[in-house]
Design a protein around this ligand. Structure first.
Ligand code: DGL
Length: 274
């Protein structure tokens, strides 16, 4: 692995572009290969076994392209597959759970934290475990908010319908008195405005995407893999289905930088990571 090799970032689809956008801002000299498994999206409603299998194939594919490190941008895949991935592949691999959990623990004042994510992420208990490893005295209230993903992809980030859904999901967390809320899904940063409105100014929102980009920089520094170039990173985007839809929806996530997407035959993933 060399400093000028690209970073691999993968997600179940377009959502990981929120993480990618933060990485591009923080590390503008790095080349990035983004892989969105749109052909098998979504991961968030699937079993841990299937997501684990997909994640192994995804990282197997990326490592075959010669990436120097992998970011598992998908909260669901990070929740259920990170340990397996690290066991299997001899390259630095980071997920989004740990960085988000650390920032949440730093932010809370009253010790009551909320976490929202897909059903699979919440069911895995990954954020609860990561938060409690850091401070066992904290109380964590976790809630799946699956409709937020569809709303973000639809571009519905404002308005009455979104506020209604947000109140339904978030009012119980507010009643519990959380003072910090982790946006534990790739799509939720797009709904930050409405989520913030419903939770109120006194609740701190933690964006796992932003925190992950900070930790990625430290990780690359620590491994002496940071690209010394200060700007001009090249980007490549690969998906397993419907590149046109990826470009259209992805434009909402990654403004201006998403210029093209290549289609990867899903069959090419068979045998990867096994
Ligand atoms: N990327 C997923 C996550 O962050 C959300 C979309 C999906 O369900 O695949 O959990």
């Amino acid at each position: 692995m060399r400093r000028d090799d690209p970073i691999g970032i993968f997600d179940s689809g377009v959502g990981g572009l929120t993480v990618t956008s933060e990485v591009m801002k923080r590390l503008p000299g790095e080349d990035i290969i983004y892989f969105g498994d749109t052909g098998r999206y979504p991961y968030g409603s699937r079993s841990p076994e299937i997501v684990g299998k997909f994640a192994l194939q995804d990282v197997g594919f990326l490592s075959g392209l010669g990436v120097k490190a992998v970011v598992v941008a998908c909260n669901t895949a990070s929740s259920v597959a990170l340990d397996k991935l690290r066991e299997k592949f001899p390259l630095p691999i980071m997920g989004v759970i740990e960085p988000g959990a650390k920032a949440a623990v730093r932010a809370t004042r009253n010790g009551i934290l909320g976490v929202i994510g897909t059903r699979a992420t919440i069911k895995s208990g990954s954020y609860n475990q990561a938060i409690r490893r850091l401070n066992p005295g904290l109380r964590v209230i976790a809630k799946p908010c699956p409709l937020f993903v569809a709303l973000a992809e639809e571009g519905w980030t404002q308005g009455k319908a979104v506020r209604l859904v947000a109140h339904k999901y978030l009012d119980p967390l507010k009643r519990e008195g959380v003072d910090t809320l982790v946006l534990g899904c790739t799509h939720y940063p797009l709904l930050r405005g409405v989520i913030g409105e419903v939770m109120g100014d006194e609740v701190k929102l933690i964006d796992s995407a932003k925190e992950t980009s900070k930790e990625l920089k430290s990780l690359l520094e620590g491994e002496e893999l940071l690209n010394p170039r200060k700007e001009g990173g090249n980007y490549r985007f690969l998906v397993t289905d419907n590149p046109d839809a990826f470009l259209e929806v992805g434009g909402k996530f990654l403004k201006g930088k998403l210029t093209g997407a290549e289609l990867l035959e899903i069959g090419r993933l068979k045998g990867e990571g096994e």
